[in-house]
Design a protein around this ligand. Structure first.
Ligand code: ATP
Length: 353
């Protein structure tokens, strides 16, 4: 890790051994994470894995049963929410319907008794930045979903928090708008250099927005790393499947590789297990007419689905799901050679679930 990133981690958030129980439910089980200052960090996982609980503990809206939190080196574990340099944007934008957009954004500054000219300056700056300058006099019901979401962001950002927490802020938007807001959010975070922590169960959103992603399952962090690291090198079958389509192939270790239902597959590394799983992303599988030098599998196309920019293919024998990233259509019934290149095969640490 570079010295620069180390320094940023020292100034950022340190979450140490946090646990939280609700009755019989272990919402968080010994979670430790470091979020660097100025980082776009995402908590990704299925419903109920503990993402929101962790976000609420960071915000000071919930107290952990065990563990400690530090911000910029100072302990904030028991610091009341109001005293934390943290703002949260929730799933429901929770705008005040009777106030104009300007007044919605100004609300936090007014309650903190900022002088009027300072309020005007700050609110207008944020509205302009989020392309809402022309909306200042409107009321929330006169805005689209995406515009309301941007107002909620402006309202949080006007307070210049050290850390901005975003709890599924895009879940109410349609797919096109969601993609737009994701890009806006990423651009805004880069421009401001504030720390953003996003909660989402949408893997595509996490990949687009984040510097790093923590993949959570049942109250634990299964893997934490850059989008490329968790996508390209998932640690186990849960992470492999949650981050996108993956072919999970049960395997037994043999000399130089593994034995599978498709026969011998050469690997670059020796698996740490005797029986386990290797994974390959659909788009990493080569498809050709001639037998590849290594890891070739002869298979028949059984089904094809058009997806606009690519095709999904299903092949026999076995449930291998292959997506080509070209426009090439391969008709069902055709026999092809698949190449599962050794460098593209990921050795998972568990047996397929
Ligand atoms: P979602 O994506 O559905 O919002 P999540 O990953 O954010 O889920 P949490 O809301 O953190 O999950 O919940 C984690 C677990 O703790 C769940 O099983 C949930 O039912 C439970 N839980 C959360 N808050 C409470 C509470 N106040 N009382 C009882 N159980 C709770």
């Amino acid at each position: 890790m570079s010295q620069n990133l180390n320094a940023k981690i020292d100034q950022g958030l340190s979450i140490q051994n946090i646990s939280k129980q609700f009755g019989d439910v272990k919402a968080l089980d010994d979670v430790s994470l470091n979020v660097a200052q100025g980082e776009f960090f995402t908590l990704l996982g299925p419903s109920g894995c503990g993402k929101t609980t962790l976000l609420r503990i960071i915000a000071g809206l919930e107290l952990a049963d065990a563990g400690r939190i530090f911000s910029g080196g100072k302990e904030i574990t028991r610091l009341p929410a109001i005293k934390r340099q943290v703002n949260t944007v929730f799933q429901s934008y929770a705008l005040f319907p009777h106030l104009t957009i300007f007044e919605n954004v100004a609300f936090g500054l007014r309650s903190r008794k900022f002088p009027e000219d300072e309020i005007r300056k700050r609110v207008h700056r944020r509205l302009e930045m989020l392309d809402l300058g022309a909306m200042a006099r409107r009321h929330p019901h006169q805005l689209s979903g995406g515009q309301k979401q941007r107002v909620a962001l402006a309202r949080a950002l006007v307070n210049e928090p050290d850390v901005l927490l975003l709890d599924e802020p895009m879940s109410a938007l349609d797919a096109r708008l969601r993609a737009q807001v994701q890009e806006d959010l990423r651009r805004l975070q880069r421009k401001l250099g504030h720390t953003f922590i996003l909660v989402t169960h949408d893997q595509a959103e996490a990949l687009v927005c984040s510097d790093r992603i923590a993949v959570m399952r049942q109250g634990q962090v299964r893997q934490c790393g850059t989008p490329e690291a968790v996508y390209d090198n998932p640690r186990d079958s849960f992470v492999a499947k949650f981050l996108g389509a993956a072919n999970l192939i049960p395997a037994t270790r043999v000399d130089g590789g593994v034995d599978t239902a498709f026969g011998f597959l050469a690997l670059e590394k020796v698996p740490p297990w005797t029986t386990g799983t290797v994974a390959i992303r659909p788009e990493w599988i080569g498809i050709g007419e001639t037998q590849p030098a290594v890891n070739g599998i002869r298979a028949r196309v059984s089904e094809i689905v058009y997806r606009g920019t690519s095709f999904d293919l299903w092949l026999e024998p076995g449930p291998l799901r292959v997506r080509t990233s070209s426009y090439r259509r391969i008709d069902p019934g055709r026999d092809v050679w698949l190449e599962l290149a050794p460098r593209e095969l990921v050795i998972l640490e568990d047996e397929a679930c």
